[in-house]
Design a protein around this ligand. Structure first.
Ligand code: 2AL
Length: 244
């Protein structure tokens, strides 16, 4: 049995639940999903400042998961906040939903489009494309121009906008796959894949299966080089003991 920790870096329980439900649907029989979010932080992550705040909570949850003996950690926010720092303190694999979805897309199409939330988060997605080396694989990026929590307000408006932007991407971008650029869109990917007749990829689902695959291959986060555990030093205040 595997236990995968799903970390929603924002503090909105509704979003945690949406992602946990999708993760449980796609996980293999016998894989347990342990869904968590920080006790304190931002209710949604919509920019560089929010990501910086969320990183502490992500690291605290990764440490707790490691101590609970989980077999992998998912950072379930499209900015992959704290990913490399999390890998330093983790023993098992740590996968961000943006990198997971992007990797999957490159296995299925020569170019992919991204559909995300606010225009200002497009820059964060572009930074990740550069960091992961996927710039030339991404044909275009689109935003529904609604805040992250609009996906959790029950109106269905955000979901309709995601569908519209996916249709626009299919018609205009010349890409063969679409990456959904928010954890709150996790439950939309399967229906949109069927409706559009092309792969529409959710990073939560991709991350669950990638972690299962890494475990099956007996592969885990490298501790050789820059992802080794942090150098021992006395951290103070709220950071106390975060690095051991
Ligand atoms: N681009 C995004 O919508 N990022 C996100 N902010 C959140 O709070 N969750 C996400 O996935």
């Amino acid at each position: 049995r595997l236990c995968i920790q799903l970390i929603n870096p924002n503090t909105s329980l509704g979003m945690t639940e949406v992602m946990a439900t999708t993760a449980r649907q796609v996980a293999s029989v016998g894989t347990e999903i342990l869904a968590v979010c920080p006790q304190e932080g931002a209710p949604s992550i919509e920019g560089h400042f929010d990501e910086a705040i969320a990183t502490l909570g992500v690291l605290q949850q990764v440490k707790a998961g490691r101590e609970a003996g989980v077999d992998g950690h998912i950072i379930a926010c499209f900015g992959d906040p704290g990913l490399l720092a999390a890998r330093e303190i983790a023993r098992s694999p740590v996968v961000g939903i943006a990198e997971a979805a992007m990797h999957m897309a490159t296995l299925l199409a020569t170019r992919f489009s991204i559909v995300t939330t606010l225009p200002r988060t497009l820059t964060i997605a572009r930074h990740l494309l550069h960091q992961y080396g996927f710039e030339r694989h991404c044909a275009a990026l689109h935003a529904i121009d609604l805040p992250v929590l609009s996906l959790d307000d029950g109106s269905g408006l955000a979901q309709q906008k995601v569908r519209e932007q996916c249709i626009k991407a299919k018609q205009q971008d010349g890409s063969g796959a679409i990456v959904l650029g928010c954890g709150g869109m996790a439950d939309l990917a399967q229906a949109l894949t069927i409706e559009l007749g092309m792969p529409v990829i959710d990073g939560v689902s991709a991350a669950v299966r990638l972690i299962e695959s890494l475990h099956a291959l007996r592969l885990t986060t490298s501790k050789y080089g820059d992802l080794d555990y942090p150098l021992p030093k006395p951290l103070s205040g709220r950071f106390k003991d975060l690095n051991n």
